[in-house]
Design a protein around this ligand. Structure first.
Ligand SMILES: [Zn+2]
Length: 285
């Protein structure tokens, strides 16, 4: 079965803050796999993922204190250069980027296809004026956006704006903006995440670090959200990819639902962004 992974972290290992380096080294990988290598080298990562059966991966920028601001949109665009295997998602941090709007324009020029934002880890209010203006631009350009939701493992974070329900006004006021709640609010706010995904057409959840038993609970409780779940590994925090995939594939999820989660839902979001992108380019906006 085709697999699209919606949540993969890459960067330059040596530039990460010490505790984050420790976090990435904590999880066992398959024999002969060097986490530093797959994290930092596009061809090593691509061949590792392809061996696992992955056909495309969304790679995420994270320009915050935990990465010493090293993983910006430019770095992700460079990582994804000339290889459609990688789908580059940028990052804007209003505590770092003095002009979030200009940073968005730059991202648009270099081929950024969507964004992940980290209000808790980066310590900002996601509903501040400068970020609301960024979401407007993402909506117009048909770029999906993700928020980290749920408890975060990074040091010195505020643990604020991590409950998906807090995003209700944004979701309602931007009905064409596809919003993905990464981690589905793990582990305390699953119900709120499910409620949002069930209630709003434009809300999706990713499965990064969500155990397969929990995904089954989601589907039992709200079967209608099967169209809203995106497979996501959170590599390299996931540890061994083969173990992760095996546990998901053997969890007892119906084949047709698994296909939605592993590729169809992601492809729907990503193809929509291509079509829209074309329209924007031909209109020369
Ligand atoms: Zn992540």
């Amino acid at each position: 079965m085709k697999i699209v992974d919606f949540h993969v972290h890459v960067g330059k290992f040596g530039l990460l803050r010490e505790d984050i380096q420790g976090l990435l080294n904590k999880f066992p990988f398959e024999k002969n796999i060097d986490v530093k290598e797959i994290f930092s080298n596009p061809s090593a990562l691509k061949s590792y993922l392809q061996k696992q059966g992955v056909s495309q991966a969304v790679i995420l920028a994270e320009c915050g204190p935990g990465t010493n601001f090293s993983i910006d949109s430019q770095m992700i665009a460079d990582f994804a250069k000339e290889d459609s295997f990688f789908i580059p998602f940028g990052n804007i941090n209003p505590n770092y980027h003095k002009d979030p709007g200009a940073e968005w324009e730059h991202g648009h020029k270099i081929g950024i296809r969507g964004y992940k934002f980290y209000p808790a880890d980066h310590g900002f209010d996601p509903f501040c004026d400068s970020m609301m203006a960024v979401y407007d631009k993402c909506e117009k350009a048909a770029q999906p956006i993700m928020f980290h939701t749920g408890l975060t493992a990074q040091r010195d974070t505020s643990q604020r704006f991590i409950n998906p329900i807090e995003y209700r006004n944004l979701v309602e006021s931007h009905s064409d903006l596809r919003i993905i709640f990464a981690h589905g609010g793990k582990p305390n706010w699953y119900n709120e995440a499910l409620k949002m995904a069930a209630e709003y057409e434009n809300v999706y959840l990713d499965t990064a670090l969500v155990p397969p038993e929990e995904i089954i609970e989601w589907l039992n409780y709200r079967p209608e959200i099967k169209h809203k779940i995106l497979f996501a590994s959170d590599l390299p925090v996931s540890g061994s990819y083969s173990v992760l995939l095996k546990s998901l594939l053997s969890a007892g999820i119906d084949e047709d639902v698994l296909e939605l989660i592993l590729n169809k839902n992601a492809e729907r979001i990503l193809s929509h962004d291509n079509e829209h992108q074309l329209v924007i380019e031909t209109e020369d906006l």
